[in-house]
Design a protein around this ligand. Structure first.
Ligand SMILES: Cc1ncc(COP(=O)(O)O)c(C=O)c1O
Length: 385
């Protein structure tokens, strides 16, 4: 199922003024945000909700775009076995993982840097480059912006278009004052893709003194045949960094492994900000064997499409339009403030996504198992009735 109705309005794209109004900011506040706290995803305030794995008898957690099935069998076996090496510092294991990632991507090891999740990579990027000012979509995944703000550096936000896609021409027009452009593709929280022809033209036009950071956390879930990762382009470019993670399709969010791929010079710069040995022995081995599993990513992609179809069909029956999702979550338009619905869902044992201030009526629901999707739709129907 693919629904293209925008979250805000079926016909009218969200204007910059709309976003400002929704955020409660004055017209001059948009471009220059002050230092702020790092994001609180609300996870720690959900007592009694288990980490979802398979069908749950208790609460279900559909708030953080996690994989409900967890790691592949080989990674589970490695998890047990590598306990024997937990007394060792991880450098030989993380070096092995770096080699495995490079082979998987068909690039050189010098084109790759590992981190404790892509969160660490985003922190490294912010430490290395955010002093040049950051341009990004509004809304987008918050972490890079949060680290940028924490460092006291400016962020310019450009509203998504009416279909929840990056408005690359508006971003190009606004890029003047920023040295770094962050693009989350597919987008979190919108779940949409950047249009490929537009992306190529945009990247062709970006001057080499501007750095483009492309966050491909949801890359492995994409089924749109027109989509292309920018990874190959990145390693051959002087100014593009691609970021990926083991947290999503590989079901390793709790293990904390991510990486960046880019030209050797950029990786060297980033590496200066890496926390030494931040990827532990067990995490490194589990990530390596996950990559080596020939079927896992494709199986998870298929399961995700099936369960997402159930969720999208249920939302359509409830009359809730969604943006077209290429991810393991869906953004739907409640047509009313989201937070009371979020709280009512939590009271029914279904934890759904947090507030994105630019989308006060947008509800983000992570894809779980088919059973979880049925239960979520049922709970939402009851809450909205
Ligand atoms: C777009 C995006 N980037 C990065 C991350 C961080 O993932 P991790 O640090 O687990 O690799 C997330 C997590 O949800 C995300 O949605």
């Amino acid at each position: 199922m693919s629904v293209r109705t925008p979250v805000h309005s079926a016909t009218k794209p969200l204007s910059r003024r709309d976003v400002l109004a929704r955020l409660g900011w004055g017209s001059t506040a948009f471009g220059m945000l002050g230092a702020g706290p790092l994001p609180d995803f609300g996870e720690l305030r959900v007592p009694g909700l288990p980490a979802a794995r398979g069908a749950q008898s208790g609460g279900i957690k559909l708030s953080s775009n996690e994989n409900p099935y967890g790691m592949c069998d080989a990674a589970r076996a490695s998890f047990q076995a590598e306990i024997e090496n937990a007394n060792r510092y991880p450098f030989p294991w993380s070096a092995d993982l770096q080699g495995a990632v490079a082979r998987h991507l068909r690039v050189r090891e010098s084109n790759v840097v590992l981190g404790a999740g892509s969160t660490e990579i985003l922190r490294m990027c912010a430490a290395a480059w955010s002093d040049r000012g950051v341009l990004q979509a509004e809304p987008t995944f918050e972490t890079f912006g949060s680290y940028t703000r924490a460092a006291g550096h400016p962020i310019h936000g450009v509203p998504l278009d009416g279909d929840g896609r990056h408005d690359l021409s508006a971003m190009q027009d606004s890029a003047g004052g920023s040295g770094v452009i962050y693009i989350c593709n597919p987008s979190n929280p919108a779940s949409t893709l950047v249009r490929q022809d537009e992306f190529d033209a945009f990247l062709d036009a970006v001057p080499e003194d501007k750095l483009v950071i492309i966050d491909e956390a949801y890359h492995e879930f994409v089924v749109d045949p027109d989509y292309r990762s920018q990874l190959k382009r990145a390693v051959d470019s002087p100014n593009i960094v691609v970021i990926r993670t083991f947290s999503k399709v590989y079901g390793m969010a709790g293990m904390r492994v991510g990486y960046a791929a880019a030209a050797r010079e950029l990786i060297r710069e980033l590496d200066r900000y890496r926390t030494e040995m931040s990827v532990g022995v067990v995490s490194a081995v589990c990530a390596k064997v996950s990559l080596e599993d020939p079927d896992y990513a494709a199986d998870q992609q298929r399961l995700n499409v099936e369960a997402r179809g159930i969720l999208e069909a249920g939302l359509a029956e409830l009359g809730l339009p969604c943006w077209e999702s290429q991810t393991n979550f869906v953004m739907c338009d409640l047509g009313r403030p989201m937070m009371p619905v979020n709280r009512a869902m939590a009271a029914r044992g279904v934890r759904v996504g947090r507030l994105f201030p630019a989308l006060p009526e947008g509800l983000r629901i992570s894809v779980g198992t088919p059973e979880q999707m049925h239960r979520c739709v049922e709970a939402l129907g009851a809450v909205l009735a």
